[in-house]
Design a protein around this ligand. Structure first.
Ligand code: 3HC
Ligand code: NAI
Length: 698
């Protein structure tokens, strides 16, 4: 009826097809098209049943997220859903790809649903800081019962077609969406099946109406991990209304919750994160359409902490790995850790029971760098020493096949210098994974001076293929994430010299929403590493040094900035540390003062943001949103705060620049002076986001 939604008739069956690439989102045109086509099909006396289906790669993937936060565009979706549900003729949703959010809600307003085998169905709105706003919280519990509905709505993860079939969300699994939908429609007509309106069917709510703990227990299990988030709780309330209230009142409650969330800061931040993640996959300065090199086999050098985790990430995605070590002993150890790790996950039910064997079967452990010869991508994860890296890359240059991408997982070292020892610097780049590498989603892709565009595209594409979030960065000490983190670490340490305690600093940082504070993180990583490196460089840090001299290396010795009970990772404040800090300050003649939580928060966050500004100015990151993606997926920055640069824009750059100047003077630390870019934006009343808009316009 318009250019994106078409109506055809195959004798008595009307077929309504949406064609709005890339994901058939419910834009105004799609909403209008659905309404018009349904109206016409219902009015056509020849039509006995209607199939709703989509062209392209997927069924409707949800509301058009780009429309949120803007004035609403008519027509609304609700009119179309009411028209469909009230239709006297059966309507069948024929699903392929993903039916998500508003997409699944459209399907729930149909009388029947069928789906292809690989289809996924879900209500992921909570991941955008929202709740389903088109009847999903009322119809899904009626379709599958409140327990699974809570799991899908409060948790936000989709289910497979097989699971949907098992729980009555779909009627059948079909081969093709359009043909399968049509065949099913003919069956409905032939068998004169009654119209199934979920609105009117409370049968699956009975158990929870009688015993509400079925619902509350399901909610409790899912909101346990939702610290700081608003949407999961509001979504749970809306599902609760499906149990407690008549359909129309429940719908009203859902609407109120949705409208509140859609204008919230949290949802704004989460929507920003969604688009930032996708933006990060577009490499600045690389022509669009630059083809990735094929990667069928990967070699990883080093089966230590990182090499093992990286190997698992590839095996999880079904990509075969050659894992190379210096000796059988190291290899055995590395393979053993992966095996145990997989078995523990399987025991918890995280992966199927046969997965450990299958995945370990994809990892071949060998000794000797000549074994890289078949790999299309080599990732080096050996010790963090330039000499060792150079030795390895010299060998890679000799043994790797022509055109193989050669990546280093170094945390700090200069990729240009590493590339120089090869005869093929165009193939060399960084792929900086985060620990634990089989869990953390971030991969900083480091572009060196001579890295070829298609080598970069290859690294980005393969990172996405193994379910990582890639962000391209330039060469500098620590790249983006660790370089900013170092600024925070420096301030954290300084705060101890001024009178704050580790537990006070960490509490402010975790209250903000980070998973860990700097001192607990230090204890986890091990304090001896920094101590040794300081000694090598002749640098002192009196409190940290005193801790290490007392044998307090962190979790591994049961004591660090905190104490740990045997077998526990819980950081317990330790009066001995307080004493040690006091003694150190006395020895140095330092005076303690009361440091407020507000000051701690500013000194933890603003110096990092300042470093982010320098990173942008130097072109180490192309977009502020790339920096945010790095913090969201590499360091557990709370998604509802969007990332450090987004957060800075919310706080206001002028305030941040002023406070940095203040602390620079007050604590006699010129490194805290606002970076030129921050200063300029603050003076012009602009945001970091304005830089991205400017770049896009150009
Ligand atoms: N609205 C607008 N644009 C969308 C979109 C949406 N709902 N979903 C995806 N896109 C865009 C992406 O931004 C991307 O654009 P780009 O190419 O310009 O970067 C493009 O579509 C392709 O997306 P992906 O790169 O993510 O493609 P994949 O194939 O990897 O994944 C997907 C497809 C699984 C559908 C994934 O895009 C996705 O999860 N989308 C969001 C789904 C969602 O959250 N739906 C709920 C929306 S809220 C809602 O429906 C409210 C309702 O209850 C009222
Ligand atoms: P690790 O010490 O756990 O593992 C290194 C492994 O490399 C050892 O098993 C060693 O036997 C092996 N190895 C050394 N030389 C080799 C050679 N010539 N050929 C084959 N194998 C060799 O170290 P880890 O922690 O895994 O770090 C590896 C790299 O990853 C370093 O560059 C480090 O900076 C980086 N990194 C580490 C992170 C972490 O949290 N541990 C996070 C991100 C990056």
């Amino acid at each position: 009826m318009n250019e994106v939604v078409k109506l055809e008739r195959h004798d008595a069956i009307a077929i309504v097809t949406i064609n709005s690439p890339p994901v058939n989102a419910l834009s105004a045109a799609v909403r209008g098209g659905i309404f018009e086509c349904m109206k016409a099909a219902i009015a056509d006396p020849e039509v006995k049943a209607i199939v709703l289906t989509c062209g392209g790669r997927t069924f409707i993937a949800g509301a058009d997220i780009t429309e949120f936060g803007k004035p609403p565009k008519p027509p609304g979706l609700q009119e179309a859903l009411v028209l469909m549900e009230n239709s006297p003729k059966p309507i069948i949703a024929a699903i392929h790809g993903t039916a998500l959010g508003g997409g699944l809600e459209v399907a729930l307003a149909c009388h029947y649903r069928v789906a292809t085998k690989e289809a996924k169905l879900g209500l992921p709105e909570v991941k955008l800081g929202l709740l389903p706003g088109a009847g999903g919280t009322q119809r899904l519990p009626r379709a599958v019962g409140p327990e699974l509905a809570v799991k899908m709505i409060v948790g936000g993860d989709p289910i497979s077609a097989a699971e949907a079939l098992k729980h009555g969300l779909i009627e059948e699994i079909v081969e093709g969406p359009a043909s399968g939908g049509e065949a099913f429609a003919r069956k409905v007509v032939a068998e004169k099946r009654p119209l199934r309106r979920l609105r009117d069917d409370d049968s699956k709510l009975k158990a929870a109406k009688a015993d509400r703990s079925i619902f509350t227990n399901a909610v409790a299990a899912l909101t346990k991990k939702a610290r700081g988030l608003e949407a999961p709780f509001a979504a749970a309330d809306a599902v609760g209304a499906a149990i407690d209230l008549p359909f129309d009142e429940g719908l009203k409650k859902e609407r109120e919750g949705f409208l509140k969330l859609v204008s919230s800061d949290q949802s704004k931040a989460q929507r920003y994160a969604f688009f930032s993640e996708r933006e990060a996959a577009k490499i600045a300065g690389v022509p669009e359409g630059t083809k990735a090199r094929p990667v069928e086999r990967v070699a990883i050098i080093g089966a230590g902490t990182m090499g093992g985790g990286i190997a698992m990430s590839f095996a999880n995605a079904g990509i075969p790995v050659t894992l190379i070590e210096t000796g059988e002993e190291q290899l055995k150890r590395g393979m053993g850790i992966m095996q145990k790790n997989y078995e523990a996950t399987a025991a918890r039910g995280g992966i199927p029971a046969d997965a450990p064997a299958k995945r370990m079967g994809l990892i071949t452990g060998v000794v000797g760098l000549e074994n890289v010869k078949d790999a299309d991508l080599v990732i080096e994860a050996v010790f963090e020493t330039m000499a060792v890296k150079k030795e390895v890359f010299t060998a890679l240059d000799k043994f790797a096949k022509k055109g193989a991408v050669l990546a280093s997982n170094t945390s700090y070292l200069n990729i240009d210098e590493i590339a120089k020892v090869t005869s093929r610097p165009q193939d060399v780049l960084g792929m900086h994974f985060f620990s634990p590498a089989n869990v953390m989603k971030l991969c900083e892709i480091v572009r060196a001076d001579k890295t070829a565009p298609d080598a970069l595209t290859t690294a980005v594409a393969i990172a996405r293929k193994i379910a990582k979030v890639p962000a391209v960065v330039g060469v500098c000490d620590g790249f983006v994430g660790n370089r900013m983190l170092a600024q925070r670490g420096k301030q954290a340490e300084k705060l101890l010299f001024e009178g704050a305690l580790p537990q006070q600093v960490d509490a402010v940082v975790t209250k903000f929403g980070m998973p860990m504070g700097p001192f607990a993180m230090g204890d986890l990583a091990g304090l001896d590493i920094g101590w040794r490196s300081r000694k090598d460089r002749g640098i002192k840090s009196e409190i940290a040094d005193a801790l290490c001299e007392a044998g307090r290396f962190g979790q591994k010795t049961g004591k660090g900035y905190y104490k740990y009970e045997a077998g526990s990772r819980a950081a317990l404040p330790d009066p001995e540390v307080e004493k040690l800090i006091d003694e150190t300050l006395q020895r140095l003649g330092r005076k303690k003062r009361v440091v407020s939580d507000d000051e701690i928060l500013e000194r933890m966050m603003y110096p990092m943001i300042n470093e982010g500004a320098r990173i942008l100015e130097e072109g180490i990151a192309a977009r502020p949103s790339d920096i945010d993606v790095i913090w969201l997926y590499g360091y557990g920055w709370p998604i509802y705060r969007g990332g450090p640069m987004f957060y800075a824009d919310q706080v206001g750059l002028k305030h941040i620049a002023d406070r940095l100047s203040y602390y620079a003077k007050e604590t006699n630390d010129p490194s805290l002076e606002p970076a030129p870019l921050l200063k300029r934006l603050a003076a012009e009343g602009k945001t970091f986001a304005s830089l991205a808009e400017k770049a896009k316009a150009a």
